[in-house]
Design a protein around this ligand. Structure first.
Ligand SMILES: [Fe+2]
Length: 242
C-alpha cells in the first residue's frame, strides 16, 4: 500500500485546502485592518466640532477691550442742551427721592485705554424714581426755569480722563429698562450719545426686552456693587478722533 507522498493526489488536496485557508486568513486580516481605519476616520471629525464652541465663546461681560468704540444710541425725546455743570458731580441736586447710586469711569480717545482725555464733557440726563424726566420735554436749558430742570447736567474729566457723578436710580418706563442717557464730547473727537443700562435684578423690564438696550454691548450693562451703602458702578467711554 502506497503511503502519502509529495505529488500524490491526497497531498495536492491538502495543499489546496491549506492555500484556501491561508487566503481566508489574509482576507480576514485585511478586512479587520480596513474596519479599524474606518472607525478612526469616523472618530476624528467628531472631536474637532466639540472643541470649536470653546474657541468661539464670547468675551466675558464687562471686558472693556472687547467693546470697541462706545456705541451711539438715539438721543431720545428728552434731551435738553446747555444744562449746568454739576457741583461735586451731584446730578440729584434737587434731592429727589430714590435709591442713591454713583457711577465713575474714564474717557479715552482711542478704542483701548491708552489715550485718556482731559477736560472731556459728559452730559447726563435721566428719569426720576417714577420714570419722569424734568422736564418731560426737549429743547435748551434757557427755555426752562431752574426749578423745572432736575437730574440733568454735566461733569468733566481730569488729566487721567476720570469722571464721576452721583444720582438716584432712574425708574423703568414705557417698556424701557432703567437707563441713564449720556453725551460725551471732547475737542478733536466725535461726540457720542449712549446709554448706561442700570438694570437691577428683579426689574420688570430686562435689557433683552428693550429695543435699545438689547442692541448694546455688554460694556453698556452696568454692574453695581455696594460701597459704603451706595451702589456704585463704572463705565468707560471710547471716542473716535475726528
Ligand atoms: Fe430715556
Amino acid at each position: 500500500m502506497a503511503g502519502l507522498s509529495e505529488g500524490s493526489p491526497m497531498s495536492r488536496t491538502w495543499k489546496i485546502v491549506l492555500a484556501v485557508l491561508a487566503v481566508a486568513v489574509l482576507l480576514a486580516a485585511a478586512y479587520a485592518w480596513s474596519m479599524s481605519r474606518r472607525l478612526q476616520t469616523t472618530v476624528v471629525p467628531n472631536v474637532s466640532p466639540s472643541l470649536s464652541p470653546q474657541s468661539s465663546v464670547s468675551p466675558a461681560a464687562g471686558d472693556v477691550s472687547s467693546c470697541g468704540l462706545t456705541p451711539t444710541t438715539t438721543t431720545g425725546p428728552y434731551y435738553i442742551s446747555g444744562t449746568p455743570q454739576l457741583t461735586g458731580g451731584n446730578l440729584n441736586y434737587t434731592s429727589l427721592p430714590g435709591t442713591p447710586m454713583k457711577i465713575s469711569g474714564y474717557v479715552y480717545g482711542s478704542v483701548d485705554n491708552t489715550k485718556p482725555l482731559n477736560n472731556a464733557i459728559i452730559e447726563i440726563w435721566q428719569a426720576d424714581n417714577s420714570g419722569r424726566y424734568h422736564p418731560q420735554a426737549q429743547g435748551a436749558a434757557n427755555q426752562f426755569s431752574s426749578d423745572q430742570l432736575a437730574l440733568r447736567g454735566y461733569v468733566t474729566t481730569d488729566a487721567k480722563g476720570y469722571y464721576e457723578f452721583t444720582s438716584i436710580f432712574p425708574a423703568e418706563y414705557e417698556g424701557r429698562v432703567r437707563h441713564v442717557h449720556t453725551r460725551a464730547s471732547a475737542t478733536g473727537y466725535t461726540p457720542v450719545v449712549t446709554q448706561m443700562i442700570t438694570y437691577l435684578a428683579g426689574d420688570k423690564v430686562t435689557p433683552q426686552q428693550d429695543n435699545i438696550a438689547s442692541e448694546l454691548p455688554a460694556c453698556n450693562m452696568l454692574k453695581f456693587t455696594d460701597t459704603g451703602g451706595v451702589r456704585t458702578s463704572a463705565f468707560d467711554f471710547h471716542l473716535a478722533g475726528q
